[in-house]
Write a protein that binds this ligand. Structure first.
Ligand code: PRP
Length: 187
């Protein structure tokens, strides 16, 4: 696994904990009148960390499933492609669906997934994401619950990876690839 430099802390543990708690409260209130358990769909792999912290604090009945996609982001003039690696197996027809992402970047993955989930004829579909990078958006997507709006920087930790590593860091960092060159000498 290639190594990176953790340049700076972007979202610390306490901020994550506080915001996740607020989102859980808001989501619980918004769905409190739902007649049936809501269907939570977690996007593997990055969103697992955020989802597990969030779901443990929900005060409403919920059923949980996972989905995994791989996305190829085309060049500037194309919208890119999304391929389904693992579909849901839980029935979501007629239920209120909450899709959980770790980050909405170009918006390609989330918008594709929302359209895909709509084919199962749910009652509603909403989107929650820990992070949103609006400057990078190429596909319009409505985000119902946003943890943090962040700048266009390479970020990792709390689910976000670099070559599958660094996901388990408890906070979100701005990082840069390590070139292998020695660090510049500082007085
Ligand atoms: C990340 C993230 C979102 C997607 C967002 O997944 O979890 O699913 O990219 O990018 P977009 O808005 O530009 O489509 P990734 O493909 O890195 O998979 P991972 O969660 O397994 O790391």
């Amino acid at each position: 696994m290639a190594e990176v430099n953790l340049d700076r802390l972007l979202v610390g543990r306490e901020a994550i904990e506080r915001r996740v708690g607020e989102l859980a409260e808001q989501i619980s209130a918004d769905y409190s009148g739902a007649a049936a358990p809501i269907s939570i769909i977690v996007v593997l792999k990055g969103a697992v960390f955020f989802a597990m912290d969030l779901l443990r604090q929900l005060a409403i009945p919920a059923r949980i499933d996972f989905v995994q996609v791989s996305s190829y982001h085309g060049r500037f003039d194309s919208v890119g492609e999304v391929t389904l690696q693992k579909d849901i197996t839980m029935a979501i027809g007629g239920t209120d669906v909450l899709l959980i992402e770790d980050i909405v970047d170009t918006g390609l993955t989330a918008s594709w997934l929302i359209e895909h989930l709509q084919t199962h004829r749910p009652r509603s579909v909403r989107l929650a994401t820990l992070l949103s990078k609006p400057d990078r958006r190429r596909m319009p997507v409505t985000i119902d619950y946003t943890g943090f709006v962040i700048p266009d920087a390479f970020v990792l930790g709390y689910g976000l990876d670099f070559e599958e590593g660094y996901r388990h860091l408890p906070e979100v960092y701005v990082a840069s690839p390590r070139t292998g060159e020695p660090e510049p000498h500082r007085e």
